[in-house]
Design a protein around this ligand. Structure first.
Ligand SMILES: Cc1cc2nc3c(=O)[nH]c(=O)nc-3n(C[C@H](O)[C@H](O)[C@H](O)COP(=O)(O)OP(=O)(O)OC[C@H]3O[C@@H](n4cnc5c(N)ncnc54)[C@H](O)[C@@H]3O)c2cc1C
Length: 313
């Protein structure tokens, strides 16, 4: 390793009050269970720690990437040449006053769903069963069964690489299907929501129904990152197109296009990121040839060349 990198690590080790692990396999931080090492994986202790780390990385030109709990990412086998910072298991404060919910980005979505339902608050119940942190959910505008995380959002607080914090109101951000306009250099620190009260039984029933549909339609006993591709149109499911292209059950190494849900690519245990990226290329190629549609990735990729995941990349 070049000397300047060692210098950075020594300095970072002094700066970081939370956890810093050098050469950390991203397979340990991705629901696929694949991915090579990040130069360092950092969990800041608190917002001040985060600020110092971002400023150091920024002023020394160190590449920096943010993840939540890795349930919608694919990291290449060569890994990430930079720092990876996650709020998971660290920035986990949550306060609820009437319908106002203030949560830090490392709060798990499941906790948010449970805590809101306990208080008869409606808005999050459809998201029960969506894995991940609040930060990841906002970045992805996670949604299911008619609910999107942005629906009841009031504001998002972000930190820039120079350590400055600003609060964006919902109207400052564009939220679309699995998309938010928050730029990838902004670290989501926390968010404020305003939920309405509703009938407890009603909310519970909606959550139960969502969970039953999820269990019956998704291959939940295998590792995956949920849907690989966005649906090209509201009434055209990517999974349907992949299925119609005859690709259900297609295997590459230990990765497979799920028989149960063709937009879920699953890891049977020893899959590599290359196995999964090969299936992505094949699915894109076959769907393009058959339907003239180029599927757009929903998952976020790290450590791949721009064209590597395209049909002939
Ligand atoms: C079995 C399964 C089912 C799923 N079902 C659904 C579903 O029904 N609906 C749905 O929408 N998704 C679904 N997903 C995908 C995934 O759960 C969501 O996208 C989730 O919101 C990702 O959260 P995360 O914390 O894991 O984010 P990650 O996967 O770690 O990151 C996702 C993106 O957010 C960015 N990011 C994460 N945290 C921050 C932060 N603090 N600041 C700035 N950027 C950040 C990352 O850079 C990346 O671009 C499913 C996944 C699985 C494995």
């Amino acid at each position: 390793m070049p000397r300047y990198e060692l210098d950075h690590m020594a300095e970072l080790n002094k700066i970081v009050k939370g956890q810093l692990v050098e050469n950390e396999p991203m397979a340990l931080h991705s629901s696929y269970g694949v991915g090579g090492p990040a130069k360092a994986y950092i969990t800041p202790k608190n917002v001040n720690d985060l600020s110092r780390i971002l400023q150091y990385a920024h002023s020394h030109g160190i590449k920096t990437f943010f993840v939540g709990s890795g349930s919608n990412i694919l990291v290449s086998d060569t890994g990430i040449d930079g720092l990876v910072i996650s709020p998971a298991k660290a920035l986990t404060d949550l306060s609820i006053n009437d319908g106002k919910i203030n949560a830090e980005s490392g709060v798990m979505l499941g906790r948010l769903v449970r805590e809101s339902i306990k208080r008869n608050l409606t808005g999050f119940e459809g998201l029960g069963g969506v894995p991940g942190t609040l930060g990841g959910a906002i970045m992805m505008n996670a949604g299911a069964f008619g609910h999107e995380i942005s629906n009841s959002l009031v504001s998002v607080t972000v930190m820039q690489m120079d350590g400055t914090i600003n609060t964006l109101l919902k109207n400052d951000i564009t939220f679309l299907y699995r998309y938010s306009s928050i730029d990838s250099k902004s670290f989501i620190v926390s968010a404020l929501f305003d939920l309405e009260k509703s009938d407890f039984i009603n909310i519970q029933n909606k959550r139960k129904k969502a969970s039953e549909i999820r269990k019956s339609s998704q291959p939940l006993k295998y590792r995956s990152a949920g849907s690989v591709f966005k649906n090209p149109k509201p009434n055209v499911a990517a999974g349907y197109l992949i299925d119609q292209a005859g690709l259900k059950g297609l295997r590459q190494g230990d990765a497979e296009i799920s028989e149960k849900h063709a937009n879920f690519f699953i890891n049977h245990g020893k899959a590599t990121a290359t196995d999964i990226s090969t299936l992505i290329q094949i699915a894109r190629k076959e769907v393009k040839e058959k339907f003239n549609i180029m599927l757009e990735l929903e998952i976020k990729t790290f450590g791949f060349d721009e064209n590597e995941l395209l049909p002939n990349g």
